[in-house]
Design a protein around this ligand. Structure first.
Ligand code: COA
Ligand code: NAP
Length: 274
């Protein structure tokens, strides 16, 4: 289901906006009339995304840049502002991940994910600040349940996304006085995306069980996340800042439960032994 807002005449910039969840967000803003800038590393992704987004008839600018490169992020933003003016909504969602046990992870393997997810987010927000509409801009960081639920084989992404959440909160404090709102969306299992394929990838026989583990008994869609982004960028969310909002069918609560229950079991067992 898609919801309708009017973003015509507004400039929306989406980092990591050429595929998956972030592309779904860019798509939603394009449908609502925004002028869009999408940024990611691979020129072929930028080309494909801009071609599709232009089919809605709006203005679209695509830039190839790596969020790990502070100066390249600055140049991408300057070029987008030269074209479409100050930024009304900034979405920071570029991320990388892979599954690997911490004891087998190289230093560079840990660093690469922290550099993209956390340092990259800082680069995007820090460089965008000068170009955000003040007052009135909305910043949306894309975080993940890993930021508060410890997950095996994801020491790098858990650490990085926890950092992203604190960045959201601290900048909401620091930039609130300028009329900038900053919030985070924490998507759950969003079907058909790279993150879903890489990290959850339920085998066909496991799909049903994985789906049933979500309290709402379904995986999420691109529109589920995009609709929340539209809301956060709209005047309806005008008094919301520093919020971390799960869009996960209730899954985060469900994931934490077994961990708490087993922690409770262990505490009970050791208390019984004492
Ligand atoms: N298991 C263990 N280590 C891995 C790994 C894996 N599956 N994949 C990469 N690494 C390690 C590499 O060995 C390397 O460390 P080393 O130099 O000590 O050998 C380090 O991570 C960097 O790998 P590299 O391939 O050079 O990084 P990159 O910058 O080209 O790519 C990734 C970054 C690894 C995060 C890549 O998966 C990516 O670009 N992902 C974007 C898409 C994505 O992950 N989407 C899901 C979002 S949730
Ligand atoms: P995705 O399609 O791989 O999206 C990641 C995007 O970031 C791509 O457009 C990628 O494009 C870009 N990117 C990666 N590294 C970059 C870099 N160094 N510089 C600039 N751009 C870079 O994955 P996704 O699953 O949709 O994930 C999108 C966001 O949602 C991520 O923040 C992820 O953590 C979060 N999330 C996803 C899920 C899920 O179920 N999928 C769940 C929770 C949270 P290029 O390769 O062209 O650079």
């Amino acid at each position: 289901m898609q919801v309708n807002f009017d973003f015509s005449g507004q400039h929306v910039v989406v980092f990591g906006g050429t595929t998956g969840i972030n592309f779904g967000i860019a798509h939603a803003f394009a449908r609502q009339g925004a002028s869009l800038t999408v940024v990611s590393r691979k020129p072929e992704n930028v080309e494909a995304a801009t071609t599709e987004l232009r089919s809605y008839g709006g203005k679209v600018h695509g830039v190839s840049a790596d969020v790990r490169d502070f100066d390249a992020v600055g140049r991408a933003l300057q070029a987008s502002v030269d074209r479409f003016g100050l930024i009304d909504t900034l979405v920071s969602g570029a991320a990388g991940n892979f599954l690997c046990e911490a004891k087998d992870m190289s230093s560079n393997g840990f660093k690469v994910v922290v550099d993209i997810d956390l340092v990259g987010s800082f680069h995007v927000l820090r460089q965008a600040h000068a170009h955000l509409k003040k007052p009135g801009a909305s910043v949306i960081n894309i975080t993940a349940p890993q930021s508060f639920i410890p997950m095996r084989y994801q020491a790098h992404a858990c650490a990085a996304k926890a950092g992203v959440d604190q960045l959201t909160r601290v900048l909401a404090l620091e930039w609130g006085g300028e009329g900038i709102r900053i919030n985070s969306i924490s998507p759950g299992p969003i079907d058909g995306t790279e993150g879903f394929r890489k990290l959850m990838a339920p085998a066909p026989s496991e799909r049903e069980r994985a789906r049933n583990a979500v309290p709402l008994k379904r995986f999420g869609s691109l529109d589920d996340v995009a609709n929340l982004a539209l809301f956060l960028a709209s005047p309806f969310a005008g008094y919301i800042s520093g919020a971390l909002i799960p869009c996960d069918g209730g899954g985060a609560m469900e994931s934490v439960k077994p961990a708490l229950e087993s922690a409770g079991d262990e505490a009970t067992a050791s208390a019984a032994k004492a």
